[in-house]
Design a protein around this ligand. Sequence first.
Ligand code: SAM
Length: 279
Amino acid sequence: MTKEFAPLYVVPTPLGNLKDISERCREVLTQVAWVAAEDTRHSGPLLKHLGSRARLLAAHEHNEVEAAGQILAKLEAGEAVALVSDAGTPAISDPGARIVARVREAGAKVIPLPGPCAATTALSAAGLDDAHWLFYGFLPVKAGQRQKALEALRELPYTLVFYEAPHRVLETVTDLAQVLGGERTLVIGRELTKLFESIHSLPLGEALEWLQGDPNRQKGEFVLLVSGCQATGNDAEAERVLSLLLDEGLPVKQAAKLASAITGAAKNALYDRALELKR
Ligand code: SAM
């Protein structure tokens, strides 16, 4: 006989504006027996605000495997559980994926509810018209690893979506410009859905100065979106000419300038590429 489990609901919660909770999320959070929360102290007030009397259990990145076992036991006992993170959608740069996998493996139903997510909220107002986008989330904290990660993304013709904390935004924007090229468009989505929400577009090469121009621009929560790599038919030719000039012993700056004049490719991008080829 197959076991009868109660379902696990995956429930997005507001990024900052409590009115962003959907009718369905409210209903689930007030009807389930248990809410598995990334931080029970953080989610307690939200449940109270919604009038939910569900009991809380902790499910954070350091106890996810153990929490999955606890959640499964509740589901097996016929008690429905809702999984929430501190803000936005669980499992999107947040714990949840391992819990969901374990619950599905056991044969219980996982019911996802749509709702707030910082990445899609920022994308919807970014005005970047690449046909595709790639969600990266948080870049590595160490500069070397971060630059390496960015190098792997450089040629992709997709809008790149990053999450970043305020104390790292300056260094990340510096690396974005250096590795991806200053001509690409950056959209900075800050404090989305909150009182000081701002969405600002500018060339990547101007971003550091803009952020440093006002300390308030460095505060809060950030989504950084970078327009995709604009590959042109010229790229292969530009690279060939650049390599030839470097092989002839021309200095990086001069080689980039000449290759740009010959092929029409962007001088800055060629300069960055020449530095790389030299390395
Ligand atoms: N699961 C969440 C989601 O669905 O977006 C993301 C959680 S992740 C731990 C937190 C990061 O999301 C923040 O550091 C920031 O990069 C981004 N974020 C969350 N709320 C935001 C907001 N109101 N405005 C801009 N970015 C936000």
